[in-house]
Design a protein around this ligand. Structure first.
Ligand code: SF4
Length: 309
């Protein structure tokens, strides 16, 4: 079960979960990797990420458009804002602990925007100058929200924006980026994900839980321990959702991921990715190519030898 909390302002250094787990000051054991803003489009063999697995569950044809055809989609302003905030927070945790003041964090927003645009120059065109100023103001507001939830001068994460990649026993490849991993001195692990929208309604909550279980499973298979806590931080309304997974649940989740991957490979062999019309189609960029909306998909290019994540 999720537990929802409204975070107190500037919490103490010891972070206590719902079941009393203490995750006090921990040290960085590896350098934070590059931010989501500056993540390269990694080209490697196809793998399951939380997003791609969700895509296939939602609509196999949507999966094909994104993972096989790789048809570009326009970034939304909300996505760009989220990327900027993630990049600013990653930069913040790359700084010495004592220097992570709110003023410093706010000053990291503009350079974060510069890095995002350097990586994806087309984003410059997405926003008129006044829209960009407004978006960066909103990003600073989200950083403020973050400071109302945690005090980053009181602890060090083990890693930020960590790229993870594993292969399950049956060969199912999993890949993704974890926003933040905290490790307590007693070895307990917490997986943290920042959300720049408001706390979720039922559907998006299920999607968020799917993502967090995915990363909990990756940690369990990489480190041989079940993460003590999964935590989603909704910076806009300053609420946290925490979840405590158990091993049996993650094993069942693992079997589900394997089944999804098997279904993807099977569709990949034949090119038979069926459309699945739901109310989520309203947000799909590919209606013009979708038979459900009178469109025709492009000729199937075949299962990719390499893929972007
Ligand atoms: S419009 Fe709906 S059915 Fe068609 S590809 Fe997109 S999500 Fe799938």
């Amino acid at each position: 079960m999720w537990a929802k909390t409204r975070s107190p302002r500037l919490r103490a250094s010891t972070i206590v979960s719902d079941h009393g787990l203490s995750l006090p000051d921990v040290s960085i054991t590896e350098s934070p990797s590059i931010s989501s803003a500056t993540r390269p489009a990694v080209r490697s063999s196809p793998a399951l990420s939380p997003s791609r697995a969700s895509d296939f569950k939602q609509c196999p044809l949507l999966y094909r458009f994104r993972a096989v055809d790789r048809i570009p989609e326009k970034s939304t302003k909300a996505q760009v804002k989220g990327t900027v905030v993630h990049a600013a927070l990653e930069a913040l945790y790359g700084m010495p602990t004592a220097t992570r003041s709110f003023a410093t964090a706010v000053d990291l927003v503009d350079p974060a925007w510069d890095r995002v645009v350097a990586e994806s120059p087309e984003l410059e065109e997405l926003l008129a100058p006044e829209e960009r100023a407004s978006l960066l103001d909103q990003a600073r507001e989200l950083v403020h929200g973050y400071y109302e939830m945690e005090d980053p001068t009181r602890f060090d994460p083990e890693s930020c924006e960590q790229r993870v990649e594993i292969e399950l026993e049956d060969g199912t490849p999993l890949r993704g980026f974890i926003d933040r991993i905290d490790v307590a001195p007693n070895g307990m692990v917490r997986v943290v994900d920042y959300k720049t929208g408001k706390s979720p309604r039922e559907f998006t909550e299920a999607k968020a839980l799917f993502q967090m279980k995915f990363y909990a499973l990756v940690i369990m298979r990489m480190r041989g321990i079940v993460p003590a806590q999964l935590k989603l931080m909704y910076l806009a309304d300053k609420q946290s959702l925490t979840y405590t997974p158990d091993e049996g649940e993650l094993q069942r989740f693992e079997r589900m991921l394997s089944a999804i991957w098997k279904a993807i490979l099977s569709a990949g062999e034949t090119g038979d990715f069926q459309p699945k019309r739901t109310k989520l189609c309203s947000w799909c960029d590919h209606q013009a190519l979708c038979p459900e909306f009178g469109g025709t998909p492009p000729a199937y290019p075949g299962w990719p030898a390499v893929s972007t994540r």
